[in-house]
Design a protein around this ligand. Structure first.
Ligand code: ADP
Ligand code: MG
Length: 238
């Protein structure tokens, strides 16, 4: 089964064409990494998939349903941002519970899901704290927990580790790989870190100036880059 199919997706802001004829599939349980230079449209593509931006044209199919007209909360996806985007006035528990309350889940189900996510992310001891009382790594784990509790079929990560220091980045990367193994969900992960791309991805999508430049497994791209641009991005030998 296909988790996501993008067909001829375009996005313009006024006269500026930011995404140009994007065709792409993400399979069930697949881990797909988007790489490409700053400004090439990675975040915009995630936001279009999430429904935070409307595609100018083309179709977005999630799990067999065209979702162009479906609001973000009903797309079966969850997004994790670089900036965490936590609510400062809510506790860790409150941040994770908010979306579930809005979706109308009963209290005991909310408690169960949060307990499970907290265990997976080693956040059990922090549920009563506010974001300002946490480290950067803990805040990012809360943001990931908030996504997990919604049990999405598709996770979207926008450079989730780029605000963390090197050691924490490696730990959290391993944690995300473990979560992917446990959750049987598809993940799309934006990064500009070659190590993250090569170690996490089943499939890498190289974007350049709003277009898909090349798609392949890490090994395929490394061994057979379509051009010098891809080679330099993937770190293939010259
Ligand atoms: P990336 O995430 O790859 O760095 P973005 O998707 O953030 O790139 O941006 C791609 C291009 O779209 C940039 O030129 C950016 O300035 C432009 N852009 C993004 N969002 C908007 C917006 N809301 N209005 C106008 N231009 C935008
Ligand atoms: Mg971006």
């Amino acid at each position: 089964m296909t988790a996501l199919t993008l067909s001829n997706v375009c996005k313009s802001f006024g006269p500026v064409d930011v995404l140009k004829n994007i065709d792409l599939t993400v399979d069930d349980s697949e881990f797909v990494v988007f790489v490409g230079p700053s400004g090439c449209g990675k975040s915009t593509l995630l936001r279009v998939i999430a429904g935070l931006e409307e595609a100018t044209s083309g179709s977005i199919d999630i799990g067999g349903q065209v979702v162009n007209a479906v609001p973000p909360a009903k797309r079966g996806i969850a997004m994790v941002f670089q900036s965490y985007a936590l609510y400062p006035h809510l506790t860790v528990y409150g941040n994770m519970a908010l979306g579930l309350k809005q979706a109308g889940h009963p209290k005991d189900e909310i408690e169960r899901r949060i307990a499970e996510a907290a265990r997976m992310l080693s956040l059990e001891a922090y549920l009563a704290r506010r974001p300002s009382e946490l480290s950067g790594g803990q805040r990012q784990r809360v943001a990931i927990g908030r996504a997990i509790v919604r049990k999405p079929k598709l996770f979207l990560f926008d450079e989730p580790l780029s605000n963390l220091d090197a050691a924490l980045r490696m730990n959290t990367r391993i944690e995300i790989a473990n979560l992917h193994r446990q959750l049987t969900a598809s993940m799309i992960y934006v990064t500009h870190d070659q190590t993250e791309a090569m170690t996490l991805a089943d499939k890498i999508v190289v974007l350049r100036d709003g277009r898909v430049e090349q798609v392949g497994s890490p090994l395929e791209l490394y061994n057979n880059p379509a051009n010098r641009f891809v080679a330099e991005f993937i770190g293939s030998p010259a």
